[in-house]
Design a protein. Structure first.
Length: 209
């Protein structure tokens, strides 16, 4: 077999692509945990959220797979230490950033009419905050999770008074419930169109690149 040109290219272990691939590999080999976490833990980093329920919207995700078989995550998230978003605190303490962010997600899911907390679990990896954005970008690029790509809006913060006129997100259209999204306008999303996009995405993901 001939040696390819790619094999002859020098490998750079600190290239962005190599570092992101390492974070992906670390997360894929980590254990799955019940969602939300029952005990507080320290650390900032990135995490994967998995759905294993039987919602009609996500049948393409092969619901019910055992955790050891690592189905495709439905969401990739990051949790930065407080004060680091502007890049001004290299010595920032991580606190319980990942734990707190997962708690926010749990409250969001619990408030819906058609999702249950018991149908989710998560994986995470603690990172120095300088690698968190790179890790999130690498994970999204690798897994293309539905709630990061097709069904946007899950990770949104509660909007202020000056944002009440914005349209409801795709996520809030599929998963209505209590809270601020009910006050927003219907927007351009319809359940039928979103279901079509979800099915197409799941099919493309199953086929691979």
């Amino acid at each position: 077999m001939d040696i390819s040109q790619k094999e002859l290219e020098p490998y750079n272990p600190v290239a962005k692509e190599s570092l992101a691939a390492g974070i992906v590999a670390r997360l894929r080999s980590s254990l799955g945990h019940p969602f939300p976490p029952s005990k507080r833990f320290e650390g900032a980093g990135v995490y994967l959220l998995y759905y294993i329920g039987k919602s009609q919207f996500y049948l393409g995700l092969a619901p019910g797979q055992p955790r050891s078989r690592a189905p495709v995550p439905i969401y990739v998230g990051k949790a930065d230490p407080k004060g680091t978003r502007k890049g001004s605190r290299l010595d920032a303490k991580p606190g319980s950033a990942v734990y707190d962010r997962l708690g926010d997600h749990a409250e969001r899911i619990k408030a819906t009419k058609n999702l249950k907390l018991k149908d989710f679990y998560f994986r995470f990896v603690i990172l120095d905050h300088v690698w968190i954005r790179l890790g999130e970008a690498g994970l999204i690029d690798h897994f293309r999770p539905l709630w990061n790509t097709v069904v946007d809006g899950f990770g949104s913060k509660i909007p202020g008074r000056n944002r009440r006129k914005q349209a409801r997100s795709a996520w809030d259209t599929l998963h209505p419930g209590k809270g601020w999204p009910e006050d927003l306008s219907a927007g351009r999303h319809t359940i039928r169109l979103l279901q079509q996009r979800i099915d197409e995405h799941c099919l493309a993901t199953a086929r691979g690149p």
